[in-house]
Design a protein around this ligand. Structure first.
Ligand code: SF4
Length: 238
Protein backbone atom coordinates (compact mmCIF):
# COMPACT_ATOMS: atom_id res chain seq x y z
CA UNK A 1 0.00 0.00 0.00
CA UNK A 2 1.41 3.42 -0.91
CA UNK A 3 1.66 6.09 1.75
CA UNK A 4 -0.52 8.47 -0.24
CA UNK A 5 -3.41 5.99 -0.24
CA UNK A 6 -3.59 6.51 3.53
CA UNK A 7 -4.95 10.05 3.52
CA UNK A 8 -6.47 11.37 6.75
CA UNK A 9 -10.03 12.58 7.12
CA UNK A 10 -10.49 16.13 5.85
CA UNK A 11 -10.53 18.97 8.32
CA UNK A 12 -8.60 17.39 11.19
CA UNK A 13 -7.23 19.85 13.73
CA UNK A 14 -3.43 20.07 13.96
CA UNK A 15 -3.00 17.84 17.02
CA UNK A 16 -5.40 15.24 15.61
CA UNK A 17 -3.54 15.25 12.31
CA UNK A 18 -0.16 14.74 14.01
CA UNK A 19 -1.67 11.95 16.12
CA UNK A 20 -3.12 10.34 13.00
CA UNK A 21 0.29 10.48 11.32
CA UNK A 22 2.07 9.01 14.36
CA UNK A 23 -0.50 6.22 14.70
CA UNK A 24 -0.54 5.47 10.98
CA UNK A 25 3.19 5.57 10.21
CA UNK A 26 4.85 4.89 13.59
CA UNK A 27 8.67 4.89 13.22
CA UNK A 28 8.29 5.68 9.52
CA UNK A 29 7.10 9.19 10.40
CA UNK A 30 9.64 12.00 10.71
CA UNK A 31 9.57 15.73 11.38
CA UNK A 32 11.64 18.34 9.53
CA UNK A 33 12.72 21.00 12.02
CA UNK A 34 14.59 24.18 11.09
CA UNK A 35 13.99 25.58 14.59
CA UNK A 36 11.58 28.24 13.31
CA UNK A 37 8.47 28.94 15.34
CA UNK A 38 6.21 26.67 13.29
CA UNK A 39 8.60 23.80 13.86
CA UNK A 40 8.63 24.53 17.59
CA UNK A 41 4.85 24.04 17.51
CA UNK A 42 5.19 20.80 15.55
CA UNK A 43 7.79 19.42 17.96
CA UNK A 44 5.40 20.10 20.83
CA UNK A 45 2.50 18.44 19.00
CA UNK A 46 4.68 15.43 18.13
CA UNK A 47 5.68 15.06 21.78
CA UNK A 48 1.99 14.93 22.78
CA UNK A 49 1.53 11.77 20.72
CA UNK A 50 3.62 9.83 23.23
CA UNK A 51 5.64 8.28 20.41
CA UNK A 52 9.40 8.73 19.85
CA UNK A 53 8.96 10.65 16.62
CA UNK A 54 12.22 11.23 14.76
CA UNK A 55 13.04 14.94 14.33
CA UNK A 56 15.76 16.15 11.99
CA UNK A 57 17.64 19.37 11.28
CA UNK A 58 19.31 20.02 7.93
CA UNK A 59 22.59 21.41 9.23
CA UNK A 60 23.67 23.14 6.04
CA UNK A 61 26.92 24.59 7.35
CA UNK A 62 25.54 28.13 6.92
CA UNK A 63 23.02 28.24 9.78
CA UNK A 64 22.86 30.94 12.44
CA UNK A 65 24.37 29.86 15.78
CA UNK A 66 20.98 30.67 17.32
CA UNK A 67 19.43 27.95 15.17
CA UNK A 68 21.70 25.33 16.72
CA UNK A 69 20.98 26.67 20.19
CA UNK A 70 17.21 26.63 19.65
CA UNK A 71 17.31 23.13 18.22
CA UNK A 72 19.22 21.94 21.26
CA UNK A 73 16.79 23.65 23.62
CA UNK A 74 13.95 21.78 21.93
CA UNK A 75 15.91 18.55 22.29
CA UNK A 76 16.30 19.17 26.00
CA UNK A 77 12.64 20.12 26.49
CA UNK A 78 11.25 17.08 24.65
CA UNK A 79 13.37 14.07 25.65
CA UNK A 80 10.72 11.67 24.36
CA UNK A 81 11.53 12.58 20.76
CA UNK A 82 14.63 11.59 18.82
CA UNK A 83 16.61 14.57 17.50
CA UNK A 84 19.04 14.11 14.61
CA UNK A 85 21.03 16.42 12.31
CA UNK A 86 22.09 15.82 8.72
CA UNK A 87 25.05 17.62 7.16
CA UNK A 88 26.13 17.93 3.52
CA UNK A 89 28.94 15.72 2.29
CA UNK A 90 32.30 17.49 2.69
CA UNK A 91 33.41 16.61 -0.85
CA UNK A 92 30.18 18.05 -2.30
CA UNK A 93 30.66 21.33 -0.42
CA UNK A 94 34.29 21.57 -1.47
CA UNK A 95 33.38 21.06 -5.12
CA UNK A 96 30.55 23.61 -4.89
CA UNK A 97 32.78 26.28 -3.35
CA UNK A 98 35.51 25.63 -5.90
CA UNK A 99 32.94 26.04 -8.67
CA UNK A 100 31.05 29.14 -7.50
CA UNK A 101 32.73 30.51 -4.40
CA UNK A 102 31.31 30.94 -0.91
CA UNK A 103 28.55 33.33 -2.04
CA UNK A 104 27.86 32.11 -5.55
CA UNK A 105 24.21 31.59 -4.66
CA UNK A 106 23.70 35.35 -5.00
CA UNK A 107 24.77 35.40 -8.62
CA UNK A 108 21.75 33.64 -10.12
CA UNK A 109 18.97 31.15 -9.62
CA UNK A 110 21.00 28.26 -11.00
CA UNK A 111 23.82 28.91 -8.57
CA UNK A 112 21.38 29.24 -5.68
CA UNK A 113 19.69 25.99 -6.59
CA UNK A 114 23.10 24.31 -6.83
CA UNK A 115 23.92 25.41 -3.30
CA UNK A 116 20.53 24.31 -1.93
CA UNK A 117 20.96 20.99 -3.72
CA UNK A 118 24.28 20.28 -2.01
CA UNK A 119 23.56 21.74 1.39
CA UNK A 120 19.86 20.89 1.80
CA UNK A 121 18.40 18.50 -0.72
CA UNK A 122 21.00 15.76 -0.61
CA UNK A 123 20.98 15.72 3.20
CA UNK A 124 17.17 15.80 3.05
CA UNK A 125 17.11 12.66 0.91
CA UNK A 126 19.24 10.89 3.49
CA UNK A 127 17.07 12.18 6.33
CA UNK A 128 13.91 10.93 4.61
CA UNK A 129 15.27 7.54 3.61
CA UNK A 130 12.96 4.91 5.06
CA UNK A 131 10.24 7.43 5.95
CA UNK A 132 6.73 7.07 4.59
CA UNK A 133 5.52 10.41 5.91
CA UNK A 134 7.03 13.66 7.14
CA UNK A 135 5.63 16.56 9.07
CA UNK A 136 6.43 20.10 7.96
CA UNK A 137 5.58 23.51 9.38
CA UNK A 138 4.42 24.97 6.06
CA UNK A 139 1.68 27.57 6.29
CA UNK A 140 -0.39 28.75 3.38
CA UNK A 141 0.00 32.47 4.08
CA UNK A 142 3.82 32.30 3.99
CA UNK A 143 4.28 32.33 0.24
CA UNK A 144 2.42 32.41 -3.10
CA UNK A 145 4.07 29.05 -3.84
CA UNK A 146 2.14 27.55 -0.92
CA UNK A 147 -1.34 28.88 -1.62
CA UNK A 148 -2.79 25.65 -3.04
CA UNK A 149 -1.11 23.12 -0.74
CA UNK A 150 -3.14 20.43 0.99
CA UNK A 151 -2.66 19.38 4.61
CA UNK A 152 -1.58 15.93 3.44
CA UNK A 153 -0.39 15.20 -0.07
CA UNK A 154 2.13 13.00 -1.89
CA UNK A 155 5.61 14.40 -1.42
CA UNK A 156 6.73 15.93 -4.72
CA UNK A 157 4.11 13.87 -6.51
CA UNK A 158 5.51 10.52 -5.36
CA UNK A 159 3.04 8.05 -3.82
CA UNK A 160 5.67 6.44 -1.58
CA UNK A 161 5.80 9.28 0.91
CA UNK A 162 3.21 11.65 2.31
CA UNK A 163 3.95 15.23 3.30
CA UNK A 164 1.78 16.42 6.17
CA UNK A 165 1.39 20.10 7.06
CA UNK A 166 -0.72 20.33 10.23
CA UNK A 167 -0.34 24.13 10.52
CA UNK A 168 -1.28 24.84 6.93
CA UNK A 169 -4.18 27.15 7.75
CA UNK A 170 -2.81 28.62 10.95
CA UNK A 171 -2.21 32.34 10.99
CA UNK A 172 0.86 34.10 12.35
CA UNK A 173 -0.95 35.19 15.52
CA UNK A 174 -2.30 31.70 16.15
CA UNK A 175 1.21 30.24 15.99
CA UNK A 176 2.56 32.75 18.48
CA UNK A 177 -0.40 32.42 20.82
CA UNK A 178 0.20 28.66 20.88
CA UNK A 179 3.91 28.80 21.73
CA UNK A 180 3.27 31.37 24.44
CA UNK A 181 0.41 29.39 25.95
CA UNK A 182 2.55 26.23 26.10
CA UNK A 183 5.88 27.94 26.90
CA UNK A 184 7.60 26.30 23.95
CA UNK A 185 11.21 27.35 23.13
CA UNK A 186 11.41 29.66 20.13
CA UNK A 187 14.19 30.99 17.94
CA UNK A 188 15.52 34.33 19.31
CA UNK A 189 15.89 35.84 15.83
CA UNK A 190 12.11 35.98 15.53
CA UNK A 191 12.28 38.76 18.14
CA UNK A 192 14.80 40.58 15.95
CA UNK A 193 12.44 40.83 12.96
CA UNK A 194 13.06 37.49 11.26
CA UNK A 195 9.68 35.82 10.55
CA UNK A 196 11.33 33.07 8.51
CA UNK A 197 14.78 31.69 9.29
CA UNK A 198 17.06 29.66 7.07
CA UNK A 199 20.75 29.90 6.23
CA UNK A 200 22.41 33.04 7.61
CA UNK A 201 23.53 34.59 4.29
CA UNK A 202 20.10 34.02 2.72
CA UNK A 203 17.95 35.35 5.55
CA UNK A 204 17.39 38.91 6.76
CA UNK A 205 15.01 40.76 9.05
CA UNK A 206 11.97 42.37 7.41
CA UNK A 207 10.52 45.84 7.82
CA UNK A 208 6.96 46.49 9.05
CA UNK A 209 4.51 45.88 6.20
CA UNK A 210 6.83 43.63 4.22
CA UNK A 211 5.73 40.17 3.13
CA UNK A 212 6.49 37.37 5.62
CA UNK A 213 8.89 35.74 3.15
CA UNK A 214 10.56 38.98 2.08
CA UNK A 215 13.58 38.17 4.20
CA UNK A 216 14.41 34.95 2.33
CA UNK A 217 16.45 35.19 -0.92
CA UNK A 218 15.33 38.81 -1.18
CA UNK A 219 17.14 39.28 -4.48
CA UNK A 220 14.86 36.73 -6.22
CA UNK A 221 11.31 36.87 -7.61
CA UNK A 222 8.75 35.69 -4.96
CA UNK A 223 7.66 32.74 -7.10
CA UNK A 224 11.20 31.35 -7.04
CA UNK A 225 11.51 31.41 -3.26
CA UNK A 226 11.65 27.73 -2.49
CA UNK A 227 14.81 25.74 -1.87
CA UNK A 228 13.41 22.53 -3.34
CA UNK A 229 12.46 20.95 -0.01
CA UNK A 230 8.85 21.65 -0.86
CA UNK A 231 8.99 21.24 -4.59
CA UNK A 232 5.77 20.18 -6.25
CA UNK A 233 5.64 18.95 -9.86
CA UNK A 234 3.46 21.83 -11.06
CA UNK A 235 6.12 24.36 -10.07
CA UNK A 236 8.47 23.24 -12.80
CA UNK A 237 11.51 23.28 -10.55
CA UNK A 238 13.87 20.30 -10.79
S1 SF4 B 1 19.63 28.83 1.67
FE1 SF4 B 1 21.45 29.89 0.77
S2 SF4 B 1 23.28 29.14 1.87
FE2 SF4 B 1 21.53 27.79 2.36
S3 SF4 B 1 21.71 26.11 0.98
FE3 SF4 B 1 20.31 27.54 -0.03
S4 SF4 B 1 21.58 28.96 -1.25
FE4 SF4 B 1 22.95 27.79 0.12
Amino acid sequence: MTASSLLPSAGLEAQALVQWAADTFGPELTLACSAGVEDSVLVHLAAQTGQPVRVFLLDTGRLHPETHETYDRLRQCYPGLRFEAYSPEAADVEALVTEQGLFGFREGLAQRHACCEVRKLRPLRRALAGSRAWLTGLRREQSPTRSDLRAAEPDGGTPERLKVAPLLDWGHEQVWAFVQAHQIPTHPLHDAGFPSIGCAPCTRAIQPGEDLRAGRWWWEHPEHKECGLHHRPTQGRP
